[in-house]
Write a protein that binds this ligand. Structure first.
Ligand code: N01
Length: 542
């Protein structure tokens, strides 16, 4: 239970924001348009959110530009990207540019992480505090912390015996280059999107790289383009278009099923998707990919063939792309790769399948696997991922209206995580998040999802600020029905078959439930639009 504080001298803002990434900046931009006062706090020292935090070797976005950027004309008209899929350094520079154009800094405090938020129902205000005490009070609190800000480090036996250097991908030290990898004996645990990118940078630099794989990553080709064409006059249309398609990209949903066409036609179609690269083989494949096991396996076998063509040692190829799919294709996040599969042809790169030879324990100079082999390591990289979506809320305490429970504790209960429209939770009035649980989030690209949510959210806030209300929150029945819709739809798909972070299944002990709105971006956008037309039904204003 939070201790009451005299707030008379605490500065007031209409909106208090935690997080200076795409969401936080969009929230300030929309607030300013309406003459609302707003302030951002961020525990880091610069803009970018996840792109400020994630500076591990090879960190690069898997969504292409101009889809992956803010739809703010004064920002995009004065910015040119050098690559179709920019890396973290360029994205950081982009955020510096955003600040230069919009002067977000004047409304931001860095190096300050909100640890606690408590609500006063008489005044309808939140009190935001950091470890040193009160920061501000505000009518609306927006914790905009993204879906991957709570890192996950597994509990390995004998981990403390290891005397080498250990870095989780999320804590990569600030550096101008990746020389930390040079001539090292690197051990890498985790082959998600992060692990794949780290392999590509480490393989050519390391003395030896040992990759400990639990689940193969069903990677797709990136197909980078230098100085891609950027016709700014098209941007308004392009940015509007992204809310109409499955993952918030431009490609249309394909309405033909896998076995509606001949094997030859299928092969030709898949060749073309691989040739164009990106997520096409995932997001714009045949319509039954996520619903029909046989169709899904047909796609998997095509993918497997492509991998086997690249990896010289058939045993290694089989570990990377086994005959039996590790999970239905696309129900875990495929990474985009450039050299990943070729890297396993190098003499200094070794792949260990921890399902066959599990990690037994750590010793002073590395890892011992169950087959008794000692893997010598002097730099251990943990690319073991995140307690995704709802896990991001475990880093701070948002107290409920009665001050008896925090949101993250509630979500850790037997019912798991529950939201209304992936934007708010009953019992936590005047509190909103974007790119978090039960929105398209990890199944979409960030800016597409966030722009739909911000547009909706500020229309909702217009109603609140223009009315004579103290607070408002989701209606319990609407929240329950929304949660059911998220769960029920996921059950019609193959997603529950994989132990993925989409389902919360990557964290031991966490409730397994669909944490994303798996119908996709376009139906989510429709739902938000319908709700606006229905004058925001499902919200109770007091
Ligand atoms: O994390 P992950 P991530 N022993 O959870 C393994 C986004 N992202 O940081 O699959 C051995 O995907 C685990 O194995 P398994 C993106 O949305 C985007 O890579 O659970 N291994 C898995 O291989 C992504 O979804 C970009 O069997 C263990 C890995 O660790 C999200 O961030 C780039 C283990 C974790 O993979 C998170 O990606 C990077 C254990 N005990 C990230 N525990 C771009 O846009 C876990 N693992 C480019």
């Amino acid at each position: 239970m939070p201790v009451p504080i005299n707030t008379a001298k605490v500065p007031y803002y209409d909106i208090g924001i935690l997080g200076a990434g795409f969401s936080g900046i969009s929230a300030i931009y929309e607030a300013r348009k309406r003459g609302l006062s707003a302030h951002i706090f961020d525990g880091q020292s610069g803009f970018g959110g996840t792109w400020y935090q994630n500076r591990y070797p090879g960190a690069r976005v898997d969504s292409y530009i101009p889809i992956y950027e803010l739809s703010i004309p004064e920002v995009y008209n004065s910015w040119t990207w050098s690559e179709k899929y920019p890396d973290w350094r360029e994205i950081r520079k982009y955020f510096e540019h955003v600040d230069k154009v919009l002067d977000i800094k004047r409304d931001t405090t860095f190096d300050t992480f909100i640890t606690s938020a408590t609500f006063n129902k008489e005044s309808g205000t939140w009190l935001l505090e950091d470890k040193n005490g009160p920061l501000i009070q505000c009518r609306i609190f927006m914790p905009l912390v993204g879906f991957a800000s709570k890192k996950y480090e597994p509990d390995f036996p004998g981990f403390d015996k290891f005397k080498g250097e250990v870095i989780h991908s999320n804590d990569w030290p600030e550096a101008d280059d990746y020389s930390i990898l040079d001539n090292r004996k690197i051990g890498l645990i985790g082959t998600g999107s992060t692990g794949v990118q780290i392999v590509q940078e480490s393989a050519p630099r390391a003395d030896h790289l040992t990759v400990f794989q639990r689940t193969p990553n069903l990677c797709l080709p990136l197909r980078q383009e230098k100085t891609p064409k950027q016709d700014k006059s098209n941007y308004p249309a392009i940015h509007a278009e992204r809310s109409k398609h499955p993952g918030g990209f431009l490609e249309k949903k394909y309405d033909i099923n896998t076995f509606d066409v001949s094997p030859e036609e299928r092969e030709k179609f898949w060749d073309s998707l691989f040739e164009k690269g990106g997520f096409l083989f995932w997001n714009n494949n045949y319509a039954d990919l996520f619903f029909d096991e046989k169709a899904n396996d047909e796609a998997y076998q095509y993918w497997r063939k492509r991998v086997h063509q690249r990896v010289k040692d058939p045993k290694v190829a089989e570990m990377l792309a086994p005959k039996v799919a590790p999970h239905p294709f696309g129900t875990k996040r495929p990474s985009l790769e450039r050299t990943y599969f070729d890297d396993y042809n190098r003499d200094n790169v070794q792949l260990v399948d921890v399902n066959k030879t599990p990690i037994k324990e750590f010793y002073e100079h590395g890892i011992v696997t169950e087959d008794g082999v000692k893997h010598e390591i002097d730099l251990l990289v943990l690319a073991t991922g995140f307690d995704a979506c709802d896990g991001s809320f475990k880093n701070f305490s948002v107290w409920n209206i009665e001050g008896t429970q925090t949101l993250s504790n509630e979500w850790r209960g037997p019912e798991g995580c529950s939201t209304w429209l992936g934007l708010a939770a009953k019992g936590y009035p005047n509190m909103f998040f974007t790119y978090g649980p039960q929105a398209p989030t990890a199944l979409s690209n960030g800016p597409s999802c966030i722009s739909i949510q911000m547009d909706y959210l500020y229309k909702l806030l217009d109603k609140f600020f223009n009315g004579n209300y103290t607070y408002f929150e989701p209606d319990a029945a609407y929240q329950k029905a929304y949660r059911k819709r998220v769960d029920d739809y996921a059950e019609t798909t193959l997603f529950p078959r994989a132990k993925s972070s989409y389902m919360g299944a990557n964290i031991p002990g966490k409730k397994v439930q669909m944490l994303n709105f798996s119908e996709g971006v376009a139906p989510y956008n429709e739902l938000c639009k319908q709700n606006i037309k229905a004058d925001f039904e499902g919200w109770n204003f007091v």
